[in-house]
Write a protein of this length. Sequence first.
Length: 276
Amino acid sequence: MNELNTMRYKNGNKLKLNSSMKIIKKYMLSLVVITTILVGCGVSIKQDSGSMSSVEMSIVEKESTGEANIDNIPVSVDNNLSQGIIKDGVCLELISDIDMTPMHYLTFRKKDTTNGEIIKIEGEDHQLDISVQNLVAYNFEDGNLVMELNTLEENFPISIIFDGYEYLYSPTEVSPKTITLNYDISYDIYTAKIDKSEIYPNSIVLYLSNPNDKNAFHKAFILVDDNTGKETVANTMFTDEGMTLIFPGKNFGKKDSITLKIGGKENYSFQDILLK
């Protein structure tokens, strides 16, 4: 499977990317997309619960051994086929949206609207233009463009332009439950405070302030499932106040508490956090 071109940002500037750029393996995302044959650009295709297995998404989680563990998460969102703006008879189609708000895992394909044929995305010389505060990672799989977006605090369409073809993506509008925490955390000589948490149906967001060393905390947070022991690495964003950590996971919003593993490989501590 191809590796992802991965980025982390904090501002809203536009960035044009060439897919041959250096691949950052540390934040690898594995996406497996099995698509049924959909007819017509812009035609609505309704699926019942029995057909959801036709499109699935794999999210990579780190186990304590450092090996990757793949947890298949079935699509539980509206799978309507959605097209972008048609240019010269060609458009981008969104064929899969794994809704882990504020994280979204999208799959696009190119389609010739004059004859209905799918255009495989091949080669390495492609241009992707999108707000850098939203794009986490992208890759090409089976002739499609797969993408990981961070839509935290976004409630307006995000313009995604790929090789000149535009798709306006509207993030899901969800009002999270906000919980004030004020947890002091530390490992080794490093300290910070978790001010609050935002709880979404399939994600938990933690807001940190006053880290005495942002670089030390950048890759230091892992959510540990108390039942299975599986570990989920945070999607980390730097802010003026400190850091924002996003943990995507199916039904995370139902948790009453979480356990954070904080620190390095040989030097870490555990922090239990109540979410009610």
